[in-house]
Design a protein around this ligand. Sequence first.
Ligand code: PMP
Length: 364
Amino acid sequence: MTAVRRPFNFSAGPATLPEPVLRQVAAEMLDWGGSGMSVMEMSHRGKEFGSILERAEADLRELLAVPANFRILFMQGGGLGENSIVPLNLSRGGRVDVVVTGSWSRKSAAEARRYADVQIAADIGSGHSIPNDWQLRPDASYVHVCTNETIDGIEFHDLPRLTNGVPLVIDCSSHLLSRAIDWSRVGLAFGGAQKNIGPAGLTLVFVRDDLLGHALDICPTAFNYETVAANHSMYNTPPTFAIYVAGLVFEWVKNLDYAGKRGLAAIEQRNIDKARLLYSTLDASGFYENRVDPSCRSRMNVPFFLQDEKLNESFLAQADTAGLLQLKGHKSVGGMRASLYNAMSLEGVQALASFMQDFEARHG
Ligand code: PMP
């Protein structure tokens, strides 16, 4: 096969995956490891898939340094499913505090209201920086925060430290595996796989042991964390193919070398460098604009606007022709958005930055 460079794909998710992983998946499609079966055709209870799941879980635990008192669950339902599954398991029908920093946490608050007494502890409103002053209730069952707002491009660079013993729940869908997590501050973390980790259909949940066993009676059994944990994510059929691809991505991250670093530290450094390059290109120009406060600009999702919105269509069309795909902003905010997930190379961001400068020179 001749190697043809693929376009750079800036989709917010489902998103670009590492090319070596896609090639390995293609090579193993008809026969995984001499088994005579595609991973899609295997029983989830057979020894072949058992080894795939075990390895994926061990690698993920190692990469993110997940402590022994946390369970890692491989589930279905996505981030929006977790907006129900979390309150069904953790709210005890009581109080839930939500910090609203953008569209996704606002959605989480609305969904949790179906099961619990929800209070908005702080609200970014139409602002562009994370509010400081949080009204937290000491008897809340948990506090929910979205640590990377995919649409608004707002990221927590430090996790909040809750000192009153109330567990922190983080929706980290769009930056999971892009950086280290301080588990001492977290009770539960969840995220869909389709940004940094693999195909859609797999949802990862990291839950501290003491938060298991409190589900409401109405919680579906397949979504009861305690049941899922007791059955090692095999209470029902897990998303086997997505878990297999995620496992290959974990291996890819483990083996990544960058700037003298390896594994998660390498991917995090590369993400920092990619984001710095794009934000400095935006800030140096009067033609483009990112509105997020520099203290909480997302490394993963960079929304930006052309001063002259009439040029949007031609920007997108010319970017497409230049091999820079899926840059259109979310429909609720308009403009552009470049998502720089793990599998996006520095070379891809350099290509985007040069294209933007060239477009500005021609239209500015
Ligand atoms: N939370 C965040 C932060 C997200 O980015 C998304 C998806 N873009 C979701 C939740 C919803 O995830 P899903 O579509 O997998 O339900």
